[in-house]
Design a protein around this ligand. Sequence first.
Ligand code: 3HC
Length: 697
Amino acid sequence: MSQVVGYELRGNIGVITVDNPPVNALGKDVRAGLVAALEQGLADDGAKALVLVGAGRTFIAGADIREFGKPPAEPSLPDVITRYDEADKPVVAALHGTALGGGLEVALGCHYRVAVPGTKVGLPEVKLGLLPGAGGTQRLPRLVGAQKALELIVSGEFVAAPKAAELGIVDEVIEAESPLEAGLQFAEKVTSEKRPLKRVRDQEEKVAADRGNEALFDEFRKGLEKKARNLFSPFKIVDAVKAAVDLPFDEGMQRERELFRECLESPQRAGLVHAFFAERQIGKIPGLAADAKSREIKHVGIIGAGTMGGGIAMNFVNVGIPVTLLEVKQEALDRGLAVIRRNYENSAKKGRLTQAQVEQRMELIRPSLDYGDFADVDLVIEAVFENMDVKKQIFGKLDEVCKPGAVLASNTSTLSIDEIASATKRPEDVVGMHFFSPANVMKLLENVRGEKTSDEVIATVMSVGKKIKKVPVLVGNCYGFVGNRMLHKRGAEAMTLVNEGASPAEADSVLTGLGFPMGQFAMSDLAGIDVGYLIRQERRKAGEDVPASWMDKLYEAGRLGQKTQAGVYRYEEGSRKPIPDPEVDKLIEEFRKEQGITPREISKDELLERQMYIMINEGAKILEEGIAIRASDIDVVWIYGYGFPAYRGGPMFWADQVGLDKILDRVKEFHARFGDAWKPAPLLERLVREGKKFGDL
Ligand code: 3HC
């Protein structure tokens, strides 16, 4: 008998248990084991019915994602499920935890499904660039109708047990001590009542009702054109569900198989699976002491009630952690609290929160004008403006008032954590927690490790990051850390491209073409033209050679971006849509004249290469310096912090697909043409020499 699937007789019920930690994924051993255990159960005269259950924390969470892209191994999942479907004894799937993807498909192939409260079910294959390929697109519509099936499969949404019962996906939610108990109870009922086998494949009523309803599918596709324009698998899902409605079951299954293979082979699947594993790698920190325990964070202090501080505070109160919010002036405090309240009230208007929840959350925020109120906090996050002297003063003060063991974090986006830490006598407790704006929405959190930050503090900020539902990535200390360091390189290059002759809209369009939600200049307008201007001015003051720019002229003309309805683009009242503005074209032309530049036409390829390869080259430097632990961490930063399309796997994965040799050739060429900004990263040169990719590191 297989190690990962067991069979035993309990009274007159045969129990099949999948035991393949951590999530009982359907690798080839599990598939073979499922067939063997079924055969044993069917041959067992003592078993009147069978119960299928998962050991450990969950039922089956899906196909084994690590097998995608490898040669298929028998038995295939659809074949396994057909065996269960065709069994001549009733098979009850007893669900707990998360029954997802192939796991739910196995359950749909059983004759009955029960769940314990707290179970979630779903077909999330779309998030991996796939569609349910083991009957999910054929069986689910037979239970819930085509419309609901489309909604569930295209969103990949998880459905809680009570809702799943209401929809008819599970037959009953049973309060029992264990899923096995629930399964046994139900199986006994089925045998004692001699219920007939209920096969989902035979339930024709719902799909028959949708047959001929072309409008349903047309409408759904139209919606996708808006929401999922660049994606591959959602459209294939519509084709597959349509096949469930139009074709007899077996033919529908065949069609599903073909469409599944198309998705499996698509580059989007490769990118999304990479992103899935990349996200699960970020918590693995080589060299961190094994006994580095995370400190308990029960109360947080935040300095600065501006946009950042307020947004950061919301993350904590959203998960029930009280926050003391500190400002220097009462008016600033009142203003900050009013913004937070308005955000919550807006969520309430949209039905996402009740008014009582709004009040509960507001009550968890304790406004303060006194550092003394930080005496008991476990974590402080400083979120004031970017000025080293001010930050050092604040950290000196924190050192005086905070209890020993409190974690002292700065939300700086560019400044040195080590220098900030030097203002305290406890640099081991100082760390960066760099949130992205709007901080209550954006998922990325760059946790910045200083030279002296202790392992315990690192473990704490990584775990608290997860607790507040962020995607925390540990990065090293340098100007801009990972994300902004790469972004600023791209920003400078985009500005130069416009100097040379491109229009801002042309430069942006290659990035949106790649799948970014917006290009560099639309992003500058969102962040505020003043932000970049002030950074350039600071660098000029510090004696750096930062050349004059047409973007300085925008600032001087009061075009500060979306907030003034004019920046690189213009904006109509109440709209965030960037519209190219002839005024800006004029200003750029003037600038070129002043600088003696004769504009030239720049190809789309060059626009893309110069904006992307400069980032990749910088990413290679970041890796080499150990600022990022892994290339895939950089991918996570860009997917969650800057909207890099997950279906391309992140910039470093994308670079591997483009070919590092091709990229290096161009980097060298640009280096010769444009100078030091393009100095090839030694790591990139080494990888090319060795015929390797970032993914091989
Ligand atoms: N295959 C292989 N490994 C998997 C896996 C899967 N389907 N699902 C999770 N894992 C691994 C993770 O990589 C992680 O491994 P690690 O500890 O070595 O890093 C471990 O299981 C635990 O996963 P999480 O850290 O994500 O644990 P959580 O408790 O936070 O979440 C979960 C659990 C909700 C099950 C989440 O892991 C998840 O969403 N998994 C993917 C589910 C999915 O997409 N299923 C569909 C697969 S495609 C399919 O079934 C095709 C079929 O239609 C033919």
